[in-house]
Ligand binder design. Structure first.
Ligand SMILES: Nc1ncnc2c1ncn2[C@@H]1O[C@H](COP(=O)(O)OP(=O)(O)OP(=O)(O)O)[C@@H](O)[C@H]1O
Length: 303
């Protein structure tokens, strides 16, 4: 039996004047996946999300959510979104905001329950104007939970939050997603994608340039360096291994940089190498590699 995908995008493209915001994006997200959209400013994350929510019309291609056009999925209460800005009335309290929003839906989760799940019960009587940026985002998360959506979309929800605020926010989302909800979030932070997503989709210049687990994408972005003592190794054979982009010898040590460290390690060990070490670049290196023009030839799709 095949399940209907939560999100199915087929050859989606959208331009604004001469700017191609999204270029031929095809993507399938299965129910229950927690997916991060990662990419630098202007990569096309928001435009893709807007098309998923039916807020922007594709120039070509189709977007389907649970097998229906986005508008149908929204009216059926199956999608909720936490967007980057706006939307809250500053004079209302947190509880009043949720009550007011709940009154717009035919059926919702109880107000106290969504506050609890979003971790804002303690600030229920605080006015929105007095809530920090992080608290306001958690309030938006509580609002998004009201219809108990099957798909939750968050567009850069933690921009401007401090480290603790981000951690609390994501713990609330992640905890809530345990029930099998599909979550898609856009972020600039590789560490956030790494910690909270099952899958990372990396966008750059409107295209998907990598799609896989955090480990796979980091590996694609940064590669790893395998070092071993291998006096009789053939350096040119190493260069022909899949994903290897650099081989250096220093005395009896051979230093191999590439995307597929397992294959390199296996080859080295099968050819008499000893004292093998594998080192990843750190997250910051990976993020820079992912988001600069120099990365173009390093990154590829893993799916
Ligand atoms: N309404 C619009 N009118 C004109 N250009 C737009 C519009 N919306 C987006 N763009 C352009 O489309 C490209 C993709 O923008 P988009 O907001 O989708 O990227 P993003 O990855 O969400 O960026 P950010 O991380 O900065 O939010 C950018 O070059 C942007 O300037």
């Amino acid at each position: 039996m095949t399940t209907t995908p939560a999100v199915h995008l087929e050859h989606l493209s959208k331009s604004y004047g001469s700017v191609q915001a999204v270029a031929d994006v095809s993507l399938t997200i299965e129910p229950g996946e927690v997916v991060a959209f990662l990419g630098p400013n202007g990569a096309g994350k928001t435009t893709t999300i807007d098309m998923m929510l039916g807020l922007a019309k594709p120039d070509s291609g189709t977007a389907q959510v649970f097998g229906s056009p986005p508008a149908d999925a929204i009216s059926a209460g199956r999608i909720s979104a936490v967007m980057q800005s706006g939307g809250l009335i500053r004079d209302l309290t947190v509880r009043e905001t949720i009550r007011l929003t709940a009154s717009l839906f035919p059926r919702t989760q109880p107000v106290e329950s969504v506050m609890e799940r979003a971790g804002i019960t303690a600030i229920a009587d605080r006015s929105v104007a007095k809530c920090s940026g992080g608290e306001q985002q958690r309030l938006k998360f509580a609002l998004a939970l009201l219809p108990e959506p099957d798909l939750l979309i968050l567009d850069e929800p933690t921009t401007g939050m401090d480290v603790e605020g981000r951690r609390d926010f994501w713990n609330a989302i992640r905890h809530d997603a345990r029930g099998g909800r599909t979550v898609l979030f856009a972020t600039h932070y590789l560490d956030e994608a790494d910690a909270y997503a099952d899958r990372i989709v990396l966008l750059r210049h409107g295209r998907i340039v990598a799609d896989g687990s955090a480990a796979e994408v980091k590996n694609l972005a940064s590669g790893r360096t395998v070092t071993a003592t291998a006096p009789s190794i053939d350096a040119s054979a190493l260069l022909h291994l899949p994903g290897v982009d650099q081989v250096e010898t220093r005395g009896e040590r051979v230093i191999v940089h590439g995307r597929d460290s397992d294959t390199v390690a296996r080859y080295l060990l099968n050819n008499g190498a000893v004292d093998l070490e594998i080192v990843s670049k750190n997250l910051e290196d990976a993020f820079l590699a992912l988001t600069t023009d120099r990365s173009a030839d390093l990154v590829g799709s893993t799916r």
